[in-house]
Design a protein around this ligand. Structure first.
Ligand SMILES: Nc1ncnc2c1ncn2[C@@H]1O[C@H](COP(=O)(O)OP(=O)(O)OP(=O)(O)O)[C@@H](O)[C@H]1O
Ligand SMILES: [Mg+2]
Length: 489
């Protein structure tokens, strides 16, 4: 049944807002405010009426209360999309969830907003859409038969605004072929986002392959990605297909991309531009259709400045850019993540634990989580194993227990140790250092120390760059840069 609220009995062509809600639904309260900003408002209490209304009256915006009827609402969005209708639909729901965010955006919703006490955000989005008559939702291709959702195994837990925005973006871009660059500190969930993009995308029936540039030595990475011809280098006893060929039609996840050599970067750039490459040692050009998702926990902008990353590749990769904020900046996600991991590990370890004590939650929320979600997950796992009661207490979590203090004291001791060592070296030589200085002691000393350190680390690791960069705790591009700078061959 459709009921029209003043001032006009019917929506004129592309002028109004159509509200879809139940009889006493909360969205109806917005009518007054919308009228005040000059919008004509109509309401519809059934989705089938609304569908007809949209086709006949072409409202400019549709406000849909999801809570009224979630499953039917999803079908409604799908039907609109299949009918090629481009009217922007703003989906409103009481609480936001990442799963619904992905789902409604994938079904072509224009926005997904919370219904909270202050409806200003909803009013401003509607106002914007009503004024801007050209803005219509972009319709992606309707995928044949694969639209029915199988959400697979991966779940994005969290309800912080940052995570809900990321979920919306996943829903928006999963079905496209656009390359995606995911950046964020270690353990924030970059690989999980890559898998969610794949799981929700139209290529999910094709392979998903992952390559970690930091884990594979330079010399092997190129062959791992692009394959090689028989005899192309010592040990190449037969032809090998690379990851790009293996996942033709699918998705490749290039992890730790900042560690990739400039040569390999240029080959990736060519794949992005021309969808083609040659195997190592081969001259036959191979065409592929692969979607690229890349991730880095190091700043690519910094790598570009240091000359370790190609700027053109950076722009090609970040057609869509996702930044995962560290866990300490979205603390409201912590209790949800704890609950989630608690269920998983109780199940895995066959334990029955009711929950976490309020004191433990308080302390876990106050902890800065330098290792982000991965560190939290490991802590919950340990806590489940250690707990003999039915409630997890602070002492069950390694980061909250005294053992952590021991680690901290240890780290302080290491730092003091270094200071003592340098005191021993510099003190007897300090007068000489002052004598030969030309007012740049700091710069000369640091540079000399850096050169000595890189040279010793390389020697210690038998010139193995992967091991030396791990020993020093720097990226391989930084190591390569210093080798060149100091002439350490
Ligand atoms: N929002 C989240 N919801 C559920 N699980 C999460 C979330 N974020 C991260 N995780 C889990 O935390 C662990 C670490 O995540 P992931 O491996 O994706 O991090 P990463 O950013 O790739 O880390 P690194 O840079 O060290 O490779 C995984 O087990 C992942 O499933
Ligand atoms: Mg990762």
């Amino acid at each position: 049944m459709t009921q029209t609220i003043a001032p006009t009995p019917r929506i004129e062509t592309r002028k109004g807002v159509l509200i879809i809600d139940s009889y006493s639904g909360p969205l109806l309260k917005l009518s007054e405010q919308l009228l005040q900003i000059g919008c004509e408002v109509a309401t519809s209490f059934s989705l089938s009426d609304a569908f007809r209304e949209i086709a006949e009256s072409h409202p400019k915006v549709v406000l849909l209360n999801l809570k009224a009827n979630p499953e039917e609402s999803f079908e409604f969005l799908e039907k609109l999309r299949e009918a090629g209708n481009t009217t922007p639909v703003v989906v409103i729901s009481e609480g936001l969830s990442t799963e619904t965010a992905i789902r409604v955006m994938k079904l072509g919703a224009y926005e997904y907003l919370p219904l909270d006490a202050n409806p200003d955000k909803i009013i401003s989005v509607v106002n914007h859409l009503v004024k801007d008559s050209k803005r219509e939702k972009a319709l992606g291709p309707i995928s044949s038969g694969r639209e029915r959702q199988d959400y697979g195994d991966y779940e994005l837990i969290g309800n912080s605004p940052e995570i809900v925005e990321i979920a919306k973006l996943i829903g928006q871009v999963a079905d496209t072929d656009a390359s995606v660059l995911i950046q964020g500190e270690s353990g924030t969930g970059k690989e999980l986002i890559a898998k969610l993009l794949y799981q929700n995308g139209s290529r999910r029936d094709k392979p998903f392959l992952s390559v970690n540039s930091a884990a594979i030595p330079d010399t092997l990475l190129e062959s791992e990605l692009f394959g090689h011809e028989k005899g192309s280098f010592t040990g190449a006893y037969s032809r090998k297909l690379g990851k790009f060929e293996q996942c033709n039609g699918g998705t490749i996840f290039l992890d730790e991309i900042a560690d990739m050599s400039l040569m390999t970067q240029s080959k990736i750039l060519r794949v992005l531009q021309e969808q083609e490459f040659e195997r190592v040692g081969g001259n036959h050009t191979i065409k592929v259709d692969v979607r690229i998702i890349a991730a880095s926990n190091k700043s690519l902008v910094k790598s570009i400045k240091e000359g370790g990353f190609r700027v053109d590749l950076f722009y090609r990769l970040k057609v869509v850019s996702i930044y995962l904020p560290p866990l300490r900046e979205r603390k409201e996600d912590i209790p949800l993540l704890i609950d989630y991991f608690l269920k998983i590990y109780c199940n895995e370890c066959g334990r029955e634990i009711d929950g976490v004590s309020p004191e433990a939650i308080k302390q876990l929320k106050a902890y800065p989580w330098p290792g982000n979600v991965r560190e939290l997950e490991n802590n919950v796992h340990t806590a489940v194993v250690m707990c003999k009661e039915r409630t997890l207490l602070p002492e069950h979590f390694p980061v909250l227990s005294e053992k952590r203090e021991a680690v901290k004291i240890n780290l302080d001791e290491i730092e003091n140790d270094y200071t003592r060592m340098f005191n021993d070296i510099i003190t007897p030589n300090f007068d000489r250092i002052v004598n030969i200085s030309n007012g740049h002691i700091y710069q000369h000393l640091m540079s000399a120390m850096e050169k000595a350190l890189y040279s010793m680390a390389l020697k210690h690791c038998g010139s193995n760059q992967v091991k030396a960069s791990e020993l020093l705790g720097v990226s391989r591009n930084t190591l390569r840069d210093r080798i060149k700078k100091f002439g350490l061959f």
